[in-house]
Design a protein around this ligand. Sequence first.
Ligand code: ES4
Ligand code: ZN
Length: 334
Amino acid sequence: EQKRKFLHELPKCEHHVHLEGTLSPDLLFTLAKRNNIELPAHFPSSIELCNDRYEKFTDLQDFLDHYYIGMSVLMTESDFEDLAWDYFVKAKHDGLHHAETFFDPQGHVERGIPIETVVNGFHRASQRAQAELGISTKLIMCLLRHLPSQDGLKTINDAKQFYQDGIIHGLGLDSSEKPFPPELFEECYALAKKNCPEIGLTAHAGEEADPSFISNSLDLLKVTRIDHGVQSYRDDELLKRLAKDKVMLSLCPLSNVKLQVVSDVGELPLRKWLDYGVPFSINSDDPAYFGGYLLDNYLAVESRFNLKPEEWVQITKNSVDGSWIDAARKKQLH
Ligand code: ES4
Ligand code: ZN
């Protein structure tokens, strides 16, 4: 219909998609077979049972327990390349122009996969997406906050050359939020900035945990963007700060419903963010797990908030401005 066409044609950017979260049950079982991976007995044993499981995540941790097993089927450089390439193709169909994609090297290195295998595979797919699909791309390495910060420091040093060669652009922080506050990773963020002064810094904050996780990420980690940030609506001073400093929230509406952050997309405080002038983008997070890719997330928001075309234009404009791209690329997207 009309609205779908309008949303499809907006020059969309995605800033919050975990490449491991684009692993469909279909590809998961294909790779498990090809790589001779035996999945644990409690893991769903078919595509249908996986899809059933995805309807019943109780919270972030329940999802993550499944997600880290799922990603264990990724072994070779071409596994990583194929995974990311399939995502770029799907996203291109959704009208994506620019993607800043997360990945979790520690989830692979701890299984004995060299970081080079992971990064080279994702980099090859990104290069192909730029050349063949016209999508500009940036890779954002995330640290797993449930692992010790010592592990994070080692990962940052192991990735140093990739940052200096411009192959990885950003640093993020993901996984179980509430027990692992941002202050644990101050040293990691400082080291990453020292190794690579042009780095983009972001962190998951305020998905489930309270607004202090957002302010502490800004103050201590020096991030310029917040992933999720849903809980910011509970702190007026914080909302003013986000608006004033143009800190973009990378929202993931369908993810928030699947992980029971809200019970419906319509519950998200979108009006509040618009009224305060807090910039945000709309994203898919782990689309293979949460029942929708980029355009589905746009459509879910439209179905609940009935935004004016001018409001949509402003949202996409903010999302271009919040991207880690140069002025020339921004101009092309505006
Ligand atoms: C994630 Cl939704 C979400 N939150 C935190 N960490 C994650 N890793 C993958 N998806
Ligand atoms: Zn996420």
